[in-house]
Design a protein around this ligand. Sequence first.
Ligand SMILES: C[S@@+](CC[C@H](N)C(=O)[O-])C[C@H]1O[C@@H](n2cnc3c(N)ncnc32)[C@H](O)[C@@H]1O
Length: 419
Amino acid sequence: MADAVDIAGVMKHLVWLDANTLGERMVAQAVRRRMKSLGASADEYVMLLDQIPDELQHLTGELIVPETFFYRHEKAFQALGRWASIERARAHPDKTFLALSAACSTGEEAYTIAMALLNAGLRRERIRVDAFDISSECIRRAKQAVYGSSSFRNQDGKTARDIYFTVNGRGHELSPAVKSLVNFQQRDIFSGDMAQLADSYDAIFCRNVMIYFTESARKRAYEILKSILARDGVLFLGPSDAPLALKAGFALCDWSMAFAVRLGHPSAADQPKTMKLPASGPARTCAAKVAARPASARVKPPDRIKPGESQISAHSAPPSLDEAFRLADLGRFGEAMSILREHLASKTPQARAFYLLGLISDSAGDKTGAEQAYRKALYLQPDHEESLLSLCLLLECAGRMAAAAPLRQRLGRIAGGPR
Ligand SMILES: C[S@@+](CC[C@H](N)C(=O)[O-])C[C@H]1O[C@@H](n2cnc3c(N)ncnc32)[C@H](O)[C@@H]1O
């Protein structure tokens, strides 16, 4: 038992993981657990890593806690639903929506994607979600789709639990109608066969895993994700992942607190994928304009782009407000709030400012404050689509269907169809 763990020898097998982030103690404890279950000494264990095909994935499973829950970073799923049912539906009305949860852990993220797409009005036969994780144990549990109460931590998760789950002796069991939309596979995102998926996914979620990777592994991960993301697809990240994604050729989506990026940085145009000419049609033309914008430009929110609409309005907003959105996107809410307060106090208030105030209040759990802020935004600009949608979702999540109904109707009129 006094056997000293050969951390350096072990880490040579886990080159994509950052030993400093994981911490030596954590690595040593994980290795000891694996040594114990195999009955191996420290020296034997390093050799076994080469000899037992699945041992690397078992060790990774011990090192990275598969912490997850339904509707984690819930704004991402609200943004996904809006984007899938508006912009993406406009660009590809007849195509199945393909999504990937790239490090899905025990399945909550993948199932949430499916539920968010169903809630947004996509037809179930037009939804396919793939979900990978390196850990076969995680995949086994994901396929069971039975969860304890810790998988439902926020209001959106609890609402989903009441709609899509039944309680039995084992826990909360997901309805077969959602379960059947997700295909789980034990897969390492760095494995060579990922290339076979080239250019397929409309949306990829790769969240709360990159933080464990070395910088070079993260760069590689972005290249892989770029190659399997549809040219006009969206990549959803963890709160601290954005800076490296921008360097890798992605641009931030202007969807507050969704931590979403898409191909839009000029350096992405150097990649073969972005060299393809966009197909004709108004939505594609918008995407091409977005791709051609300078590095400093933010991607315009898709739900505000209308065919033929000028992009000038995106640049006329005061920079400080843009900066507040950027900080909020990065999860730096305190800094975003101080800019926002100044803006609301010193300038003619804009609907967009109250909208951001609503989002920040909402994410802090202050539903009353959020509702007031969205209503103020709509007082200033009755057709402010994002405020309408956010207020509508807030009311629906609280079960206030009658209050939400006229907002839904207004949204339908703005979007030009039923919602
Ligand atoms: C903290 S969980 C994140 C789960 C989910 N994405 C979320 O945000 O809630 C990280 C997961 O990444 C998985 N993982 C780590 N390295 C991986 C790799 N190279 N390929 C696929 N999955 C990996 C781990 O097994 C773990 O289940």
